[in-house]
Design a protein around this ligand. Sequence first.
Ligand SMILES: *Cc1c(COP(=O)(O)O)cnc(C)c1O
Length: 420
Amino acid sequence: MSFFEISDRLKEFDKKAINLSKPYFEGIEEIAEYNQQKVLSAFIENRVSEAHLGISTGYGYGDIGRDTLDKIVARAFGAEDALIRHSFASGTHTLTVALFGILRPGDSVLSVTGRPYDTITGVFGIDKKTDGSLADFGVRYNQTELNGESLPDIDAIKKELKNKYYKMVYIQRSRGYSLRPSLSVKDIKTVCDAVKEVSPESIIMVDNCYGEFVEKTEPTEIGADLMAGSLIKNPGGGIAPCGGYIAGKKKYIEMCANRMTCSTVGREVGATLGHNRELYMGFFNAPHIVGEALKTAVYTSALFELLGYECTPRYNEKRADIIEALILESDKALIAFCKGLQSGSPIDSFVVPEPWDMPGYTDKVIMAAGAFTLGASIELSADGPLRDPYAVWMQGGLNFHSAKVGILLAANTMMNEEII
Ligand SMILES: *Cc1c(COP(=O)(O)O)cnc(C)c1O
């Protein structure tokens, strides 16, 4: 039985890649099972019933679905409190609400993971004081660079914090579009411990995008005061159609709620318009879906290593997020990979992705994303800028069986074009 044209040569590589991956799949299953129990127990503890999945309109006063899901998220992330809303427009918007919720004119923030993710640089106003950026409101930004091992430079951080008071220390867990490794929760704990030692008043905030449920603990369980992420990534479980969450200390969550709506009503308003069910289902499924995405990433790196490419992380390396970067070495390879992957997607499989000039990027970018939710990167997706070393960042996969087809078709397209 064969539904897809995969060359015999590639089938051999596939077999070997599966064998290499299997031992790592066991570790992924173990974490997914632990996190699934964590989430299920939070549902049971909060006595979720059909009434929680209902609809509110207008002001949305007393929406028990909304208020209870906040508690479930807090519980699952080991945080005092949380806000999870479909009305956060994106991950960047969610992080922005958290940053503006906490920071006031004259405050300073220190990023300890170097330059943040592209869209966040504009929120801080790092390069220019754009209208509405934190810089525009008089919030000062500074950063310490990663050290030679691509980890936060603890000595430099301590020195900077002794030198000056920073209201906030900002950590980005995931690599974003860089080739540095993502930070493990243990790495984040090392930073939190160092910050608390020299500047106990500083609020530690983590951009947790792509990190949720990859490990058994979350940053808020080991010293982070606040973290935020997107629901079209890990914690939406591929079901939430949009949104974001913020989790952390109760007093900071209240401050964020006042920024999210307004200071008189905070979290008491916000109609859920029928999105409760999707957010509950998505968060419930998230640990399993993250496991599927991790399996896809491990398999992809095993396969492409066997095919002779440099992959980061390697299939046998510890993972702190769901992203896999493949160094494809040529524009032809990058384009073929994305075309092949797109052809194995459940939605828009017939579409041929082309490199294009995207606002805010210096080089052309190519993307493959045949997803049920537009832009969802918990679903199998890949993109990369057309510049040396022609790296592609791939992530997601709602289920390994289907995602594997996408990856095989990507490799098969490269073989057909005689790249490998
Ligand atoms: C995805 C992501 C964000 C938020 O991006 P949106 O596209 O606005 O959802 C922020 N930081 C990192 C590291 C990310 O990966």
